[in-house]
Design a protein around this ligand. Structure first.
Ligand code: ZN
Length: 95
């Protein structure tokens, strides 16, 4: 029995829920696609009523010769529905 092979088998690809998004660089117009693993990536924070919500911050840089950094912040509720999103350096476009 190949013990190590068994250990190295990756978990099913559908573990976790992915929230896909796309942004457009405001400097060069490049469209950059990304995704958030809403089960693993966001970290818990608490609002003024001690109600938890989940925040994920990402910095995206395109493949072209452009040094614009695009920062996105997503906020999710407890059931991982999108509450709010913010972006600097670009704009959200259809994923
Ligand atoms: Zn750019």
């Amino acid at each position: 029995m190949n013990f190590f092979k068994k250990l190295l088998t990756p978990p099913p690809a559908n573990r976790g829920t992915f929230y896909p998004f796309a942004v457009k660089c405001k400097r060069c117009g490049e469209i950059i696609h990304g995704q958030v693993n809403v089960n693993n990536e966001p970290s818990a924070e608490y609002d003024e009523n001690d109600k938890p919500y989940f925040v994920c911050r990402k910095v995206l840089v395109g493949n072209q010769l452009c040094f614009q950094r695009i920062e996105v912040i997503f906020k999710f509720n407890e059931s991982r529905g999108l509450l709010d999103r913010e972006i600097t350096g670009g704009e959200f476009v259809e994923a």
